[in-house]
Design a protein around this ligand. Structure first.
Ligand code: HMG
Ligand code: MG
Length: 316
């Protein structure tokens, strides 16, 4: 146990948790893709720079998707060159198909993410394809990206529930995970796109995936916080051995093609819990809070992050 400083949690480790967690920051992509107003490119670049300066080592920068589908990220070509030379930070970008990959590679991106769905309804809504059609689109994209030496993440959305289909059978998630690994993805991220998961469900899915030869070492978790379960779900995943957790600075986020999706787990709330457990993240919480406050000012509304509000209040 150690004594907290001002604005820091008391450190009390718990058994059987990882010593270090890699936070995959998705604020500039998942966060800003869902904003009503389009954020100026220079503000996005400054947001990414500040996140890197706060110690986040992986910051998902943008998406090379069709600009009409996600107009908020239509400036990917202008944004990426402004941040790509930042030192010591990985800047993955989303690509939905070969056209997206070519756009990303042309700018020197070396980390890409494809995004699949465990359900037919979301595959159709988000990618205009069936699940199998979208996997067929991804196969050559992943192969080409690997040939170019890029690191590839595979997202699987709607792992815990779908707004059109309800409960999602575990075998559907396992099938898509297996297909993405077979085509060469280096890591997977399990998306609770609409934030309906609870901790027992998380443990059940992780165990089912292990049984289907999907090792925990390649799995990250991506919880949206619609029902306030994201931190509890994260702790369950850590107890199972997961060491990569997606989060969004200030709790920004959602998906324009799943109306019931709200913000991601707030990075500040995650860092408060991890540091309280004595888990290393490399993140400076004070700088992170200052960054999210700065972004909230740019967006003109307060952040939903409880930790951010608590720490802001202390400083007033
Ligand atoms: P489509 O309309 O079927 O596209 O959309 P298409 O393949 O028929 O092509 C039509 C035209 O679009 C063609 O142009 C293509 O060249 C062009 P034309 O020949 O007619 O002149 N086109 C492109 N242009 C620029 N960049 C591209 C591109 N692709 C085609 N990449 C498509 C299919 C996949 C493009 C579309 O559905 C799309 O862009 N979807 C993206 C949706 C999205 O970004 N959703 C949010 C991210 S996923 C998420 O948030 C979930 C996650 O956070 C995890 C979780 O929470 O669960 C990751
Ligand atoms: Mg998401």
């Amino acid at each position: 146990m150690s004594t907290p400083g001002l604005g820091l949690p008391m450190v009390v480790p718990a058994p059987d948790l990882p010593a270090r967690v890699r936070i995959h920051e998705v604020g500039p992509r998942d966060g800003l893709q869902n904003e009503k107003a389009t954020v100026p490119t220079g503000v996005k670049a400054e947001f990414i720079r500040r996140l890197a300066d706060a110690g986040l080592r992986t910051v998902e920068a943008t998406s090379f998707v069709h600009p009409k589908w996600v107009p908020q990220l239509a400036d990917a070509e202008a944004l990426f060159p402004q941040v790509k030379d930042l030192k010591g930070v990985h800047l993955p970008v989303l690509v939905p198909n070969m056209r997206g990959l070519e756009r990303a590679l042309a700018l020197g991106a070396d980390r890409i993410a494809v995004f699949a769905s465990a359900t037919e309804s979301f595959a159709k809504a988000n990618l205009n394809r069936t699940v199998e059609e979208s996997l067929a689109v991804f196969e050559p994209v992943v192969a080409r990206a690997k040939d170019e030496g890029a690191h590839v993440r595979g997202y699987v959305s709607m792992c815990f529930g779908d707004p059109w289909e309800g409960a999602v059978p575990l075998h559907q998630v396992a099938h898509v995970c297996g297909a993405l690994l077979d085509m060469g993805c280096d890591e997977l991220s399990l998306g609770d796109t609409i934030g309906v998961a609870t901790p027992g469900h998380v443990l059940e899915l992780l165990a089912a995936l292990n049984e289907q030869h999907v090792p925990t070492s390649v799995l990250g978790v991506h919880f949206h916080d619609t029902y306030g379960q994201a931190l509890a779900n994260t702790l369950a995943a850590l107890e199972h051995g997961v060491t990569t957790v997606d989060a969004s600075a200030g709790g920004l986020g959602g998906c324009p093609y799943a109306k019931s999706a709200t913000g991601n787990l707030a990075t500040e709330d995650l860092v408060w819990m991890l540091h309280g457990l004595g888990i290393d993240t490399g993140v400076d919480l004070g700088r992170l809070v200052a960054t999210s406050e700065w972004m909230a000012d740019r967006l003109g509304r307060p952040s939903p992050s409880r930790t951010l509000r608590a720490l802001s209040h202390k400083e007033q």
